[in-house]
Design a protein around this ligand. Structure first.
Ligand SMILES: [Zn+2]
Length: 52
């Protein structure tokens, strides 16, 4: 499985931006950093589908 870049949890979300290394984060870290990233041009992609 994909692991979070900041902790041993499973990564749920990847963030990409042209010219930058992608980040991939667990739900916890994605929540913490989402607003800061998306407001500076990073794009969010789900790695794991959310439960219906
Ligand atoms: Zn994490």
């Amino acid at each position: 499985m994909n692991r979070c870049d900041r902790c041993p949890a499973e990564a749920k979300v990847r963030y990409t931006k042209a010219g930058e290394q992608p980040w991939q984060w667990c739900a916890h870290h994605a929540r913490r950093y989402d607003a800061g990233l998306t407001s500076t041009g990073w794009r969010r992609f789900a790695l794991v589908k959310a439960p219906a």
